[in-house]
Design a protein around this ligand. Structure first.
Ligand code: 5GP
Ligand code: ZN
Length: 136
């Protein structure tokens, strides 16, 4: 299902043009307009889901299979040294377009990008409390 006024619904379904790298019945893969690196691509399901929380299992599974295929293509064609998969959910997590999408960011020597966080230093007790909170 498409969502009214969703730009990625319109791009995924071909109503707004984008540089398409791959398309099938369920997905379109496009080049990001504001790329982190050369070949930065976005996997867009054609059916609308706001984010990972709203994504159906079948699309979730197929997204990762497609990511694997596209990662191989980007590596082969662009000769990148690695690839980051990035997927933001919610404004707090950096999501700016509220239609689920998966970033594929090819990485090159000295590409000047940093996709990282500051590691915390939790005690074993703290880790155990969090573990219990999640699995209980
Ligand atoms: P987010 O921050 O939601 O994870 O990522 C949104 C991404 O979509 C950004 O990297 C941004 O550059 C890209 N983007 C936003 N609007 C458009 C557009 O109209 N066309 C394309 N190709 N990419 C877009
Ligand atoms: Zn949408």
């Amino acid at each position: 299902m498409k969502k009214e006024d969703c730009i990625f619904c319109k791009i995924a379904n071909g109503e707004i043009p984008a540089k398409t790298l791959y398309e099938d019945d369920s997905f379109r893969v496009i080049l990001d307009l504001g790329p982190a690196t050369k070949g930065h691509a976005l996997i867009l399901p054609k059916n609308h889901a706001d984010d990972l929380f709203g994504l159906d299992d079948d699309t979730a599974a197929k997204t990762m299979i497609l990511a694997k295929k596209m990662a191989g293509t980007l590596k082969e064609k662009l000769g990148c040294a690695g690839i980051n998969l990035v997927q933001n959910n919610g404004e707090i997590a950096g999501q700016t377009v509220m239609h689920f999408h998966l970033h594929l960011i090819p990485r090159y020597e000295d590409d000047g990008q940093k996709i990282q966080w500051v590691p915390g230093k939790p005690s074993q007790d703290e880790l155990e409390k969090i573990q219990q909170q999640i699995i209980e």
